[in-house]
Ligand binder design. Structure first.
Ligand code: UTP
Length: 224
Protein backbone atom coordinates (compact mmCIF):
# COMPACT_ATOMS: atom_id res chain seq x y z
CA UNK A 1 0.00 0.00 0.00
CA UNK A 2 1.31 3.47 -0.89
CA UNK A 3 1.86 6.02 1.87
CA UNK A 4 0.69 9.63 2.15
CA UNK A 5 1.75 12.07 4.86
CA UNK A 6 -0.55 14.98 5.65
CA UNK A 7 0.42 17.87 7.89
CA UNK A 8 -2.71 19.48 9.34
CA UNK A 9 -2.19 22.99 10.65
CA UNK A 10 -3.41 23.59 14.18
CA UNK A 11 -5.51 26.45 12.88
CA UNK A 12 -7.39 23.97 10.70
CA UNK A 13 -8.17 21.88 13.80
CA UNK A 14 -9.10 24.73 16.12
CA UNK A 15 -9.13 28.45 15.39
CA UNK A 16 -11.21 30.92 17.33
CA UNK A 17 -14.41 28.92 17.43
CA UNK A 18 -14.50 25.12 17.69
CA UNK A 19 -16.15 23.43 14.71
CA UNK A 20 -17.05 19.86 15.67
CA UNK A 21 -18.93 19.21 12.43
CA UNK A 22 -15.92 20.23 10.33
CA UNK A 23 -13.64 17.94 12.36
CA UNK A 24 -16.04 15.03 11.83
CA UNK A 25 -15.98 15.65 8.08
CA UNK A 26 -12.17 15.97 8.09
CA UNK A 27 -11.66 12.69 9.91
CA UNK A 28 -14.26 10.96 7.71
CA UNK A 29 -12.14 12.06 4.74
CA UNK A 30 -9.02 10.59 6.35
CA UNK A 31 -10.81 7.27 6.87
CA UNK A 32 -11.94 7.25 3.23
CA UNK A 33 -8.35 7.89 2.07
CA UNK A 34 -7.07 5.11 4.33
CA UNK A 35 -9.01 2.54 2.29
CA UNK A 36 -6.46 3.12 -0.48
CA UNK A 37 -3.39 4.43 1.31
CA UNK A 38 -1.45 4.15 4.55
CA UNK A 39 -1.96 7.62 6.03
CA UNK A 40 0.18 9.51 8.53
CA UNK A 41 -1.55 12.58 9.97
CA UNK A 42 0.71 15.09 11.72
CA UNK A 43 -1.24 17.71 13.66
CA UNK A 44 -0.02 21.26 14.39
CA UNK A 45 -0.71 23.62 17.28
CA UNK A 46 -1.81 26.71 15.32
CA UNK A 47 -3.06 29.83 17.01
CA UNK A 48 -3.52 28.18 20.39
CA UNK A 49 0.17 27.23 20.55
CA UNK A 50 1.18 30.69 19.35
CA UNK A 51 -0.83 32.30 22.15
CA UNK A 52 0.82 30.12 24.78
CA UNK A 53 4.24 30.75 23.22
CA UNK A 54 3.60 34.50 23.27
CA UNK A 55 2.62 34.29 26.93
CA UNK A 56 5.77 32.28 27.74
CA UNK A 57 7.91 34.76 25.82
CA UNK A 58 6.44 37.68 27.79
CA UNK A 59 7.21 35.72 30.96
CA UNK A 60 10.84 35.42 29.85
CA UNK A 61 10.96 31.66 29.12
CA UNK A 62 13.84 30.48 26.91
CA UNK A 63 13.28 29.36 23.29
CA UNK A 64 13.59 25.63 24.08
CA UNK A 65 10.87 25.91 26.72
CA UNK A 66 8.65 27.82 24.27
CA UNK A 67 9.11 25.02 21.73
CA UNK A 68 8.16 22.43 24.37
CA UNK A 69 4.98 24.37 25.13
CA UNK A 70 4.18 24.39 21.39
CA UNK A 71 4.82 20.63 21.16
CA UNK A 72 2.43 19.98 24.06
CA UNK A 73 -0.35 21.80 22.21
CA UNK A 74 0.27 19.86 18.98
CA UNK A 75 -0.08 16.65 20.99
CA UNK A 76 -3.39 17.78 22.48
CA UNK A 77 -4.68 18.50 18.96
CA UNK A 78 -3.36 15.12 17.78
CA UNK A 79 -5.24 13.44 20.61
CA UNK A 80 -8.48 15.12 19.52
CA UNK A 81 -8.01 13.99 15.93
CA UNK A 82 -7.00 10.41 16.75
CA UNK A 83 -9.95 9.94 19.11
CA UNK A 84 -12.30 11.20 16.45
CA UNK A 85 -10.82 8.88 13.81
CA UNK A 86 -11.28 5.97 16.19
CA UNK A 87 -9.39 3.39 14.10
CA UNK A 88 -5.96 5.01 14.58
CA UNK A 89 -3.43 4.86 17.43
CA UNK A 90 -4.76 5.75 20.90
CA UNK A 91 -1.45 7.03 22.28
CA UNK A 92 0.47 9.78 20.49
CA UNK A 93 4.04 8.79 19.53
CA UNK A 94 6.91 11.08 20.53
CA UNK A 95 9.15 10.23 17.57
CA UNK A 96 8.70 9.48 13.86
CA UNK A 97 10.45 6.09 14.31
CA UNK A 98 7.93 5.24 17.01
CA UNK A 99 5.07 6.25 14.69
CA UNK A 100 6.43 4.05 11.90
CA UNK A 101 6.27 0.97 14.14
CA UNK A 102 2.52 1.39 14.71
CA UNK A 103 0.35 -0.99 12.79
CA UNK A 104 -2.72 1.13 12.02
CA UNK A 105 -4.00 2.23 8.61
CA UNK A 106 -3.97 5.79 9.99
CA UNK A 107 -1.27 6.94 12.41
CA UNK A 108 -1.64 10.32 14.10
CA UNK A 109 1.09 12.32 15.82
CA UNK A 110 2.09 15.87 16.78
CA UNK A 111 5.44 17.53 17.40
CA UNK A 112 8.63 15.77 18.49
CA UNK A 113 11.53 17.96 19.63
CA UNK A 114 12.51 21.61 19.54
CA UNK A 115 13.79 23.95 16.80
CA UNK A 116 11.24 23.09 14.14
CA UNK A 117 7.49 22.77 13.66
CA UNK A 118 5.25 19.83 12.74
CA UNK A 119 6.06 20.59 9.07
CA UNK A 120 9.50 19.12 9.62
CA UNK A 121 8.06 16.11 11.47
CA UNK A 122 5.82 15.48 8.45
CA UNK A 123 8.63 15.92 5.92
CA UNK A 124 10.83 13.56 7.97
CA UNK A 125 8.03 10.95 8.04
CA UNK A 126 7.46 11.36 4.30
CA UNK A 127 11.16 10.82 3.64
CA UNK A 128 11.47 7.80 5.93
CA UNK A 129 8.28 6.09 4.68
CA UNK A 130 8.98 6.89 0.99
CA UNK A 131 5.57 8.55 0.84
CA UNK A 132 4.12 9.19 -2.62
CA UNK A 133 2.87 12.59 -1.48
CA UNK A 134 3.40 15.08 1.33
CA UNK A 135 0.33 17.31 1.68
CA UNK A 136 0.55 20.40 3.87
CA UNK A 137 -3.04 21.34 4.76
CA UNK A 138 -2.85 24.86 6.08
CA UNK A 139 -5.12 27.89 6.55
CA UNK A 140 -4.30 29.66 3.28
CA UNK A 141 -5.05 28.61 -0.30
CA UNK A 142 -1.40 28.09 -1.23
CA UNK A 143 1.89 29.96 -1.55
CA UNK A 144 1.70 33.58 -2.73
CA UNK A 145 4.26 35.77 -4.50
CA UNK A 146 3.96 38.19 -1.54
CA UNK A 147 2.13 38.33 1.77
CA UNK A 148 -1.61 38.29 0.91
CA UNK A 149 -2.43 39.89 4.27
CA UNK A 150 -0.31 42.93 3.38
CA UNK A 151 -0.65 43.19 -0.40
CA UNK A 152 -3.99 43.24 -2.21
CA UNK A 153 -2.36 42.25 -5.51
CA UNK A 154 -0.63 39.15 -4.05
CA UNK A 155 -0.87 36.29 -6.56
CA UNK A 156 -1.29 32.63 -5.62
CA UNK A 157 1.38 30.49 -7.25
CA UNK A 158 0.21 27.24 -8.87
CA UNK A 159 3.76 25.89 -8.85
CA UNK A 160 6.99 27.02 -7.27
CA UNK A 161 10.44 25.43 -7.28
CA UNK A 162 11.99 24.27 -4.04
CA UNK A 163 15.19 26.14 -4.94
CA UNK A 164 13.36 29.48 -5.17
CA UNK A 165 11.68 28.86 -1.79
CA UNK A 166 15.04 28.04 -0.21
CA UNK A 167 16.54 31.20 -1.73
CA UNK A 168 13.64 33.26 -0.34
CA UNK A 169 13.23 31.69 3.11
CA UNK A 170 16.47 29.77 3.82
CA UNK A 171 16.56 26.51 5.76
CA UNK A 172 17.29 27.79 9.27
CA UNK A 173 14.73 27.65 12.08
CA UNK A 174 14.07 31.16 13.41
CA UNK A 175 11.89 31.19 16.52
CA UNK A 176 9.07 29.37 18.30
CA UNK A 177 5.57 30.11 17.06
CA UNK A 178 6.56 31.64 13.72
CA UNK A 179 3.73 31.33 11.23
CA UNK A 180 4.75 30.61 7.62
CA UNK A 181 3.33 28.13 5.10
CA UNK A 182 6.16 25.64 5.76
CA UNK A 183 8.97 25.72 8.27
CA UNK A 184 12.38 26.46 6.81
CA UNK A 185 14.23 23.25 7.88
CA UNK A 186 11.45 21.19 6.24
CA UNK A 187 12.34 22.81 2.90
CA UNK A 188 15.75 21.17 3.08
CA UNK A 189 14.20 17.69 3.52
CA UNK A 190 11.77 18.29 0.64
CA UNK A 191 14.74 19.09 -1.59
CA UNK A 192 16.96 16.27 -0.35
CA UNK A 193 14.25 13.59 -0.51
CA UNK A 194 12.64 15.03 -3.67
CA UNK A 195 9.26 14.90 -1.94
CA UNK A 196 6.17 15.53 -4.04
CA UNK A 197 4.76 18.35 -1.88
CA UNK A 198 1.40 20.08 -2.13
CA UNK A 199 0.16 23.11 -0.17
CA UNK A 200 -3.63 23.27 0.13
CA UNK A 201 -6.23 24.96 2.31
CA UNK A 202 -7.20 22.31 4.87
CA UNK A 203 -10.57 23.96 5.46
CA UNK A 204 -11.54 23.25 1.84
CA UNK A 205 -12.18 19.54 2.14
CA UNK A 206 -12.94 19.03 -1.56
CA UNK A 207 -9.55 20.48 -2.49
CA UNK A 208 -7.78 18.63 0.33
CA UNK A 209 -9.22 15.34 -0.95
CA UNK A 210 -8.07 16.10 -4.51
CA UNK A 211 -4.57 16.91 -3.25
CA UNK A 212 -4.44 13.74 -1.15
CA UNK A 213 -5.38 11.47 -4.05
CA UNK A 214 -3.12 13.33 -6.47
CA UNK A 215 -5.79 14.97 -8.63
CA UNK A 216 -5.56 18.61 -9.82
CA UNK A 217 -6.41 20.88 -6.89
CA UNK A 218 -6.56 24.58 -6.06
CA UNK A 219 -3.31 25.18 -4.21
CA UNK A 220 0.44 25.15 -4.84
CA UNK A 221 2.73 22.34 -5.97
CA UNK A 222 6.36 22.53 -4.91
CA UNK A 223 8.57 21.41 -7.80
CA UNK A 224 11.60 19.39 -6.66
P1 UTP B 1 3.23 23.98 14.73
O1 UTP B 1 3.69 22.76 14.06
O2 UTP B 1 1.80 24.14 15.04
O3 UTP B 1 3.77 25.23 13.92
O4 UTP B 1 4.07 24.14 16.06
P2 UTP B 1 3.04 26.26 12.99
O5 UTP B 1 3.99 26.61 11.90
O6 UTP B 1 2.53 27.34 13.87
O7 UTP B 1 1.91 25.42 12.30
P3 UTP B 1 0.34 25.59 12.12
O8 UTP B 1 -0.07 27.03 12.31
O9 UTP B 1 -0.23 24.66 13.13
O10 UTP B 1 0.21 25.14 10.71
C1 UTP B 1 3.90 25.26 16.92
C2 UTP B 1 5.18 25.53 17.65
O11 UTP B 1 5.51 24.41 18.49
C3 UTP B 1 6.91 24.17 18.48
C4 UTP B 1 7.53 25.30 17.64
O12 UTP B 1 7.86 26.37 18.52
C5 UTP B 1 6.39 25.69 16.72
O13 UTP B 1 6.51 27.03 16.24
N1 UTP B 1 7.21 22.82 17.92
C6 UTP B 1 6.25 22.11 17.24
C7 UTP B 1 8.45 22.24 18.10
O14 UTP B 1 9.35 22.85 18.71
N2 UTP B 1 8.70 20.98 17.59
C8 UTP B 1 7.77 20.27 16.92
O15 UTP B 1 8.06 19.13 16.49
C9 UTP B 1 6.52 20.86 16.73
Amino acid sequence: MKTIVVSIGGSVVLSDAADALFLKKLTTLFKKISNEYKLYVVVGGGNISRRYIQLGRELGFDEDTLDLIGIDITRVNARIITNLIGISNKEIPHRTDEAMKLNFSIVVMGGTDSKHSTDLVSAELAEKTHAVRFVNATNVDGIYDKDPNKYKDARQLKEVTIDSLITQYGTTWCAAGKNIFMDEPALEIIKRAKLTTYIVNGKRLDQLERALIGQPFDGTKILV
